[in-house]
Design a protein around this ligand. Sequence first.
Ligand code: C5P
Length: 257
Amino acid sequence: MSDASSAAGPRTAAVIPAAGRGVRLGPGAPKALRALNGTPMLIHAVRAMAASRAVSLVVVVAPPDGAPEVKTLLADHALPGGTPSGSWGSTDFLVVPGGATRQESVKLGLDALPQGIDIVLVHDAARPLVPVDTVDGVIEAVRDGAPAVVPALPVADTVKEVEPAAPGEPEPVVATPERARLRAVQTPQGFDRATLLRAHEAVVVGEGATDCAGLVERLGEPVVLVPGHEEAFKVTRPLDLVLAEAVLARRRANDGF
Ligand code: C5P
């Protein structure tokens, strides 16, 4: 198995779509710019990608009108050793403006990738606390030959498929998929660059895949799952902010992070 904890091997970039408004979190700044323990969620997400020694470039896809603000934010939080304009330690970064949907934002990030990148991670800014071992596990599986790799966990809840009803009306259940066969997927999702580009080019914007692996599935290419991590949860609702701050407090108590 290839070792993603070393910088050698195919060059890997991470694209972080961070252009969503985050309406389910309540009113306020775009979700990625909300603070967790005083640091914007996006900065936590960028650090989580830069923590992998295999990741040499991070492309942040900013809210359409927010690229200058995000550039300033990254420079303000740069780690010692980085140059002020564009690198964080040994990881370079780029900021590009995003689009109206996640899919469009990811495509704009992919368009900004330079030559020489062979593996692309796509990571939601809304999953700021993914551990580096999960990131490295995804990269290793792509290096070992899988064109599309997704971290995932079994689901705890039983899941019902419904016929959506008008707001306030009870929703009829149409099916109950067997829980043991369901997985909840996370990010970063990892791809062979050429496969991901083909998937984005083949799919019409607005067709509405909620993750990039779904686009690869539509191409008929194999997608495989590797173990995800409970700390890679998506910050979506106000209670998730409380949980994220608790995880950070536990990390600080455990290892002074
Ligand atoms: O809320 P949702 O699951 O759609 O968001 C997933 C990720 O996609 C978030 O990090 C969000 O900022 C990003 N996104 C984006 N551009 C959009 C919508 C969402 O980059 N237009």
